[in-house]
Write a protein that binds this ligand. Structure first.
Ligand SMILES: *[C@@H]1O[C@H](CO)[C@@H](O)[C@H](O)[C@H]1NC(C)=O
Ligand SMILES: *[C@@H]1O[C@H](CO)[C@@H](O)[C@H](O)[C@H]1NC(C)=O
Length: 284
């Protein structure tokens, strides 16, 4: 029933990041909600009103991803006074509550409240007209971040609200760590900039060495972030320990790790068979 009403209302598909008005329904039939809409969230969308009582909005994202709801320049907790977010399309789908959210010990606590669904669909129902007429709802595609991925691991949304990083504390070779991440549909971490590296180093420390996905095993001297197969080129962020990487021809130091007593919070190149901890990541 709900599904039919909303499909009748409109079908607004967002191919990538976009801002969109929920298309209001004409008030011809009093049985219909005053406004409504369906939207596929491919990256993130911001919806603004006008919203009013009985407004129903339906959102969906990629099947193996979840939805993250937040309020632009506001807090989701306050918004729950005039709207409900249901996890799923069904009429009986549960209402998301702030208290029900998984709390990751390592996730950043300095952000406003975000409500995450458990699956790829959600319905927003307005129970009242928002007091703030500029109320804007942001919906992002996100990764469902587990608390851990096997023994002796820890995960959290540490870099942003939609990605997930996991530290694997049992030491493994570079190849085994790569496979371990893959087993959980994750990849060894890439550092695109200092901010990202700093957040991760702050979260799990640099006392021990951690594998990243940077390697020159395929061709000596050409460093590649194996998780995306992107070549480390001039202008890219690097954080090598002074004198590294080794420029000796055919050296065996083909994999990059950071941390530990030798390289501290810098990048060091080392034999890929070395046993070290690792950071896995998955982005939406
Ligand atoms: C490296 O630089 C290239 C070219 O500027 C850019 O396209 C690429 O995203 C960068 N890679 C990383 C990992 O930051
Ligand atoms: C650093 O990289 C992350 C992607 O992992 C990106 O979200 C962020 O905007 C980047 N920060 C800067 C300052 O470029």
């Amino acid at each position: 029933m709900i599904k039919l009403l909303i499909l009748y209302a409109c079908a607004l598909a967002c191919v990538s990041s976009c801002y969109g008005n929920a298309v209001p329904l004409k008030e011809e039939n009093t049985l219909l909600p005053l406004c409504g809409g369906y939207m596929f969230v491919d990256d993130e969308v911001v919806i603004d009103g006008p919203f009013n009582e009985n407004c129903i909005l339906q959102f969906e994202t990629q099947e193996d991803r979840i939805l993250a709801f937040s309020v632009l320049d506001g807090d989701m907790k306050d918004a729950l006074q005039f709207l409900n977010i249901h996890d799923g399309f069904g009429i009986d789908s549960p209402i998301l509550k702030v208290e029900n959210q998984i709390v990751h010990k390592v996730s950043r606590k300095d952000r406003p409240t975000i409500l995450y669904t458990k699956n790829s669909e959600a319905i927003v129902r307005f129970t009242k007209t928002p007091t703030d007429s500029n109320f804007q709802l942001m919906i992002q595609k996100a990764v469902d971040c587990p608390l851990g991925i096997g023994d002796n691991t820890q995960c959290g949304s540490v870099v942003d609200d939609v990605s997930c990083h996991c530290a694997v504390f049992n030491t493994k070779s570079f190849t085994d760590m790569t496979m371990y991440c893959l087993d959980y549909k994750m990849k060894l971490v890439i550092f695109e900039n200092r901010t990202e590296e700093e957040i991760i180093q702050k979260t799990w420390g640099t006392q021990y060495a951690y594998w990243t996905s940077l390697t020159d095993a395929r061709r000596d001297g050409t460093w590649v972030w194996e998780s995306t197969m992107s070549v480390l080129s001039a202008g890219n962020y690097t954080n090598w320990f002074p004198g590294r990487p080794s420029r000796v021809a055919n050296n065996v130091d083909d994999c990059m790790l950071y941390g530990g007593a030798t390289y501290l919070n810098f990048w060091g190149d080392i034999d890929c068979a070395t046993l070290a901890r690792g950071i896995c990541e998955v982005k939406p």
